[in-house]
Design a protein around this ligand. Structure first.
Ligand code: AMP
Ligand code: ZN
Ligand code: FE
Ligand code: FE
Length: 297
């Protein structure tokens, strides 16, 4: 079966491979297509597209952004949205992503201050060095903590300090769902709720969340994912068919940042069928056809 991987991170956010290295790895893995979906930035996309053209590897431009949830309705308080097949040069998209990057720039010194209050003399410069001059995320704080031998690994860094509710956690501003979905769709993206399995909620809850997101314009759901078992994937496929959502899938590959997750293969047995591309392409045409009517300020 031909396989694809529509969820990956590069050095433009918190992955360890450069866009060129990632595209070369996708080709070695025999992927029919690979999407670049860095957190809050499309800075890796142009390089990935150039590498794809040079190597003859299909590359889809994308992004992964954080959204506010619907906590007042008993639904998750935050989530990740993928935008696939977007125009990475779209100026409005650039402005929206710049807002998210400013929110990070405001958060990072606050996280440093929390560590300092905890008696860990971390500096922003030290953390930034792990980000290689690109976007700084919590995984880079985790790397700095490992280098200082404060923790043994990334899991411990999140469990003790960085995860929601832990002493060094600082919330950052996120788009309200309708606004984030519209931002990506106006740049031509097919919008997909990422890794629903990570909510650890039942299928009835997921259905309620998806219906709410569809009212805000959501196109699809990531049914195939490294942390989804086959039964869960089948259940999400059934839900998507019933609700009229398109289906996507990917590994969330981060290179050495998440060494157990392999490109295209996830934990070893992920197989995202290339046949999904047809449905995604069809939805993309519908998004483009309606782009003028959804334009707003
Ligand atoms: P940020 O974008 O700075 O909020 O960080 C998001 C990154 O942190 C993503 O790559 C996640 O995979 C990672 N992450 C979030 N929560 C955890 C956790 N509990 N354990 C390990 N990694 C996490
Ligand atoms: Zn990441
Ligand atoms: Fe995510
Ligand atoms: Fe991701």
């Amino acid at each position: 079966m031909d396989i694809i991987d529509l969820h990956t991170h590069t050095t433009a956010s918190d992955g360890s491979l450069t866009p060129t290295e990632l595209v070369a790895a996708a080709q070695r893995a025999g992927l029919k297509a690979v999407a670049i979906t860095d957190h809050d930035t499309v800075d890796g996309v142009a390089e990935a597209l150039a590498a794809g053209a040079a190597l003859g590897q299909a590359v889809a431009p994308g992004v992964e952004i954080s959204l506010q949830g619907y906590p007042a309705q008993g639904l998750p308080g935050s989530m990740h949205l993928l935008g696939l097949f977007l125009d990475h040069a779209d100026p409005d998209l650039g402005a929206g992503l710049a807002r998210l990057q400013r929110a990070r720039a405001e958060r990072n010194p606050q996280i440093v201050a929390k560590f300092n209050q905890l008696g860990i003399p971390l500096t922003l410069e030290e953390v930034a060095a792990f980000a290689g001059g690109e976007l700084i995320g919590r995984p880079h704080f985790a790397q700095a903590l490992i280098a200082r031998k404060v923790v043994a690994n990334r899991g411990e860094a999140f469990a003790r300090y960085l995860a929601v509710g832990k002493p060094a956690y600082v919330a950052k501003w996120r788009f309200p769902p309708a606004e984030g979905i519209s931002l990506l769709k106006r740049a031509g993206a097919v919008t997909v709720l990422a890794h629903p399995g990570l909510f650890k909620m039942g299928l009835a809850g997921l259905e309620a969340l998806l219906r709410r997101l569809m009212a805000d314009g959501l196109d699809g759901v990531e049914a195939y994912y490294s942390e989804h078992d086959p039964a869960y994937t089948r259940a999400v496929l059934g839900l998507a068919a019933r609700l009229g959502l398109v289906v996507s899938g990917g590994s969330d590959f981060h290179g050495g940042q998440k060494p157990d997750i392999l490109l295209g293969l996830g934990r070893g047995d992920l197989r995202v069928p290339a046949g999904l591309l047809a449905g995604l392409e069809e939805r993309r045409r519908a998004v483009l056809a309606s782009a003028t009517v959804t334009t707003h300020n």
